[in-house]
Design a protein around this ligand. Structure first.
Ligand code: GLU
Length: 492
């Protein structure tokens, strides 16, 4: 065997190569993350390559959406390329293959359309007339300006094309079953197969980690690499993400739930969302589920990737965001929220509250955060879990809520009136609040709980609320008394 043009790099070099034709798909994000984990785990290089050669379908909005999604996830890369700027390199590789006699010009006008782009489509495997055209004839027609596509001359008698996929194992296909796919279209544009291989070779990519939908393309890629004198990279294909009904997750069919920014806007933490994506198709050895970014880096290996499709269990149509998303994603998010330092969580909640139009200071948010941390699953839940801290005026609530268990309106009234007197004169700190309200209950001959419930509902507008004394501390005397004042007539 002749010496390869690309001795393997010492450290892994991997790439994420999205085609910017829509928003950042959750499957693409997972592909980025698996490449990124592999690079970070092995001190390798992470490359972002925009596969933007399809000028009709690429949009700037899509490029922005990809960057926006990756930025939200806090993912970085070391090198960046645009495939559209590398056309000369792609054509050079095509030329090398052609000069070796391993590709031929196809002047058939019928093959200038979609079948070129999608390769395997159509019923033809090769076009004998063109494949066997003499070099002289081919040169003459090209020189005369006749347009042609350049097709790979797939060896018909080579037995099988084979490669070992790090996830799917040994793969082989008879050369006779692979069509003479295009390298250059008749307009001179490189096809995906050519551009991708030329770039992977030039960028010295050591591992191609991408979606399983590209597994069948890989035979062609192996042929291209070898024809051009390169050792193919190691391939690792990732199981597909599918909807609960088993269909491939697609933007067209499943809509927003497939877009990364939907999760951002719904209040997922990027670290929790990354954690969730990692568990779609990868099983850590330790079987742990909640993992930090660093733990994911430390645990990641290609061996842990599964072959079975990974189901994203979203529900559509659903009424609340919490119902829409995969329960595991929501659970992981709640776990990450609980594991987060109060200061940090508070900083993440603050802009959500402010953007919803509430006037809250960082100091106040910092005091509210520990009271709701256990009560929220998505960041946006802060708006419902802590609304009464932010509003001047409580929304209307059912006065029956003010009435304590095993009590009546008269008991609630008594409790609130006594509370008003007590709260007017004590320090708004946990212990004094606790002691004096308990003492007041005793004086009135009612249970502490029967004292606390009317107060809780009066200040929060509902029974299900954070711990009472801490809540009162944050609300302060003025607001507390005003709300009790407003509650009293409701019992009349
Ligand atoms: N641009 C291709 C895609 O988005 C890249 C496939 C590959 O990684 O080779 O599917």
């Amino acid at each position: 065997m002749s010496e390869s043009l690309n001795p393997p790099p010492n450290k892994p070099r991997v790439r994420f190569a999205p085609s910017p034709t829509g928003f950042l798909h959750v499957g693409s994000a997972r592909t980025f993350i698996f490449n990124w984990l592999y690079a970070r785990r092995n001190n390798g290089t992470m490359i972002l390559r925009l596969d933007d050669t399809d000028v009709e379908r690429n949009t700037d909005a899509s490029v922005n959406s990809i960057f926006e999604g990756l930025k939200w996830l806090g993912l970085s890369w070391d090198e960046e390329y645009k495939q559209s700027e590398r056309g000369d390199l792609h054509r050079q590789m095509a030329e090398t293959i052609f000069q070796k006699g391993l590709a031929y010009r196809d002047f058939t006008p019928a093959h200038t359309g979609d079948s070129e782009r999608s390769g395997a489509q159509g019923t033809w495997l090769l076009n004998p007339g063109m494949r066997e055209l003499s070099r002289e004839e081919s040169d003459r027609r090209a020189a005369a300006g006749e347009p042609f596509a350049l097709r790979f001359r797939v060896p018909r008698d080579c037995g099988v094309v084979r490669f070992t996929d790090a996830v799917y194992g040994e793969q082989m296909k008879a050369g006779a079953d692979i069509e003479d796919f295009a390298l250059l279209r008749s307009d001179g544009m490189p096809t995906y197969h050519l551009a991708s291989c030329a770039d992977d070779a030039d960028l010295r990519i050591s591992h191609v980690i991408r979606g399983q939908d590209h597994l069948s393309n890989t035979y062609k890629h192996v042929l291209i690499f070898e024809a051009a004198g390169f050792t193919p990279p190691q391939f690792a294909h990732l199981p597909l993400l599918v909807a609960p009904d088993g269909t491939k997750l697609s933007k067209r069919k499943h809509g927003q739930v497939v877009s990364v920014t939907t999760y951002r806007d719904a209040g997922f933490l990027p670290e929790a969302f990354i954690n969730f994506l990692c568990l779609l198709g990868w099983s850590p050895k330790n079987d742990r589920e909640q993992m930090s970014r660093q733990e994911l880096v430390d645990a990641f290996s290609l061996e842990g990737i599964n072959r079975a499709n990974a189901v994203v269990n979203f529900k559509e149509p659903a009424t609340t965001p919490e119902e829409t998303f995969d329960p595991k994603a929501v659970w992981l998010n709640a776990e990450h929220i609980r594991g987060m330092a109060i200061e940090e969580l508070s900083q993440r909640l603050l802009p959500i509250v402010q953007e919803a139009g509430f006037n809250v200071t960082p100091e106040k948010m910092l005091r509210i955060t520990p009271l709701i941390r256990e009560r929220i699953k998505l960041l946006r839940d802060v708006l419902t879990a802590a609304d009464f801290f932010f509003v001047d005026q409580l929304p209307p609530y059912d006065p029956a809520e003010l009435i304590p268990q095993k009590g009546d309106a008269a008991m609630a009234l008594k409790a609130l009136q006594r509370a008003k007197e007590v709260l007017a004169g004590i320090e708004f700190k946990h212990d004094p609040l606790d002691q004096s309200l308990r003492a007041a209950a005793q004086e009135l001959g009612i249970k502490a709980g029967q004292m606390f419930q009317p107060i809780r509902v009066a200040v929060c507008g509902r029974k299900n609320a954070p711990p009472l004394f801490e809540t009162l501390e944050v609300l302060g005397r003025e607001t507390t008394l005003a709300r009790i004042e407003q509650a009293i007539p409701k019992l009349g």
